[in-house]
Design a protein. Structure first.
Length: 439
């Protein structure tokens, strides 16, 4: 089946129509999708078996990011996020990237690092030699601890040693986790091989745990965007392109800006990571450590002008994600998310996630480099305010538009607009004029 991620006018459809359209296009069962996504994806009884001290469940909006083309293939990106405008902005940016042929992405093998700490290692050079000499034995020992992973074509593949000084010595066991995120597998490996490593290095065994700096498991994304596709309102494509490159240089030189720049990348990344039931704390920890790997915290995504005048984007980050195990087993929403995304491997998911991160960054910089983000944000924020004062159905849009047009995106403004639109006689124009603009 040829997959499609272009659904023009999607936002104008009703929720039911959106489900029907995407279920049909993605080969999903619409009833199953509706059941899974109406109740937040997890019931209380299941939640109670998942973590401790459960008193309920907590749902967030689940949306589809559209227009995403990666290596010539279309993907719909499941996104769970509470922040207005992220999904629309990423979808819009992905549509612009399509004009240049879409995203080009590559993912490393899904290799995680298992760390074994040794203390009191008197002779680090001999310890390193002993590990190298017993590499085959240690890899075999590690693999005996994870037979099902080995059966799926993964397992321990290599070892590294690091002398941290003052008798602290670390052995890394590199484990190919295939389609799992791999935290449990890697921790099992560390605990299994640590005693033998301690005896070989003549050290005292310390921690045995994965590293969340999964820098062996990186994704790289490139995009080349024709300058004409970048124009926005009165701003020419060249103007927008140059503004984005200036914004990139700012982030490359300033940690304060780089942090916000990367927050924009993570808006897209985390939304898909959460939707697919993956560990976003692990992804966040890894992303920021990777951003600081040179000693200076830097942007994960950078932008330059290409020889032909196009805008060139480059993103590189670690992404430890799984499509098997973890919450995807018990969370119906995560299951639907993975089905909708249609990825066949953890590497493919990582590429889609990284592309949504680049799209989010592009959208933010395009807005910031022109009129700023508040204009677009305010209309979306206006919808949230309209819902908060009780607008339902098409009144949400009408109240939002009215308070946005009046420059009065407040609860009071929305109450007045709602009363006026529903024909409440107690409200007159003077009332609304008195409301102070607070946003
Ligand atoms: C807001 O969630 C994200 C931005 O601040 C990112 C950026 O400044 O690049 C708009």
């Amino acid at each position: 089946m040829t997959r499609n991620s272009r659904f023009p006018g999607f936002y104008r459809l009703s929720l039911e129509e959106r489900r029907r359209l995407t279920a049909e296009a993605l080969g999903l069962d619409v009833r199953e999708m509706t059941r899974a996504l109406s109740g937040g994806g997890i019931d209380c009884a299941t939640a109670d078996k998942t973590i401790e001290n459960v008193v309920g469940t907590y749902a967030l909006p689940f949306a589809f990011g559209l227009n995403i083309k990666v290596n010539g293939v279309d993907y719909v990106a499941p996104m769970v996020i509470e922040e207005p405008s992220v999904v629309a902005a990423a979808s819009n940016a992905a549509r612009i990237v399509r004009d240049g042929g879409g995203f080009h992405a590559e993912a490393d093998l899904p290799i995680m690092i298992s760390q074994v700490q040794l203390d009191d290692v008197a002779d680090p050079a001999s310890a390193a030699r002993a590990i190298v000499e017993h590499k085959a034995e240690l890899i075999a020992l590690a693999n005996r601890a994870v037979p099902s992973l080995v059966a799926r074509g993964g397992g321990a593949v290599d070892l590294e040693t690091r002398d941290l000084g003052d008798g602290i010595f670390v052995v890394h066991i590199l484990v190919d986790c295939r389609d799992a995120m791999g935290a449990n597998l890697v921790n099992t490996v560390a605990e299994e091989v640590a005693p033998r490593i301690a005896s070989l290095t003549r050290g005292r065994m310390g921690l045995r745990i994965l590293s969340n700096l999964s820098d062996q498991r990186c994704v790289r994304v490139r995009a080349s965007i024709p300058v004409n596709a970048l124009s926005l309102d009165a701003h020419s494509g060249e103007e927008v392109r140059d503004g984005i490159v200036r914004a990139s240089r700012f982030a490359e030189r300033d940690v304060y800006r780089a942090t916000t720049h990367n927050k924009g990348v993570m808006n897209g990344v985390d939304a898909v990571v959460v939707a697919t039931g993956n560990d976003w704390r692990a992804v966040e920890a890894g992303a920021h450590a990777y951003a600081a790997r040179s000693g200076r915290y830097s942007p994960l995504c950078t932008w330059r002008v290409g020889d032909d005048g196009s805008l060139l984007g480059y993103l590189e980050m670690p992404l430890a994600l799984g499509i098997v195990g973890g919450p995807s087993r018990v969370h119906q929403g995560a299951r639907v998310a993975l089905q909708a995304c249609g990825v066949k491997s953890a590497q493919e998911l990582a590429m889609v996630v990284a592309c949504v991160g680049m799209a989010s960054n592009l959208a933010a910089l395009r807005a910031l480099a022109t009129d700023g983000i508040q204009r677009g944000h305010m209309l979306l924020h206006a919808r949230t305010v309209a819902i908060a004062v009780g607008a339902v159905g098409d009144l949400v849009e009408r109240v939002a538009e009215e308070i946005h047009l009046r420059g009065n995106v407040t609860m009071d403004g929305a109450r007045l607009a709602l009363a006026r639109l529903t024909g409440n006689p107690a409200v007159d124009e003077l009332d609304s004029a008195r409301v102070v603009v607070t946003q």
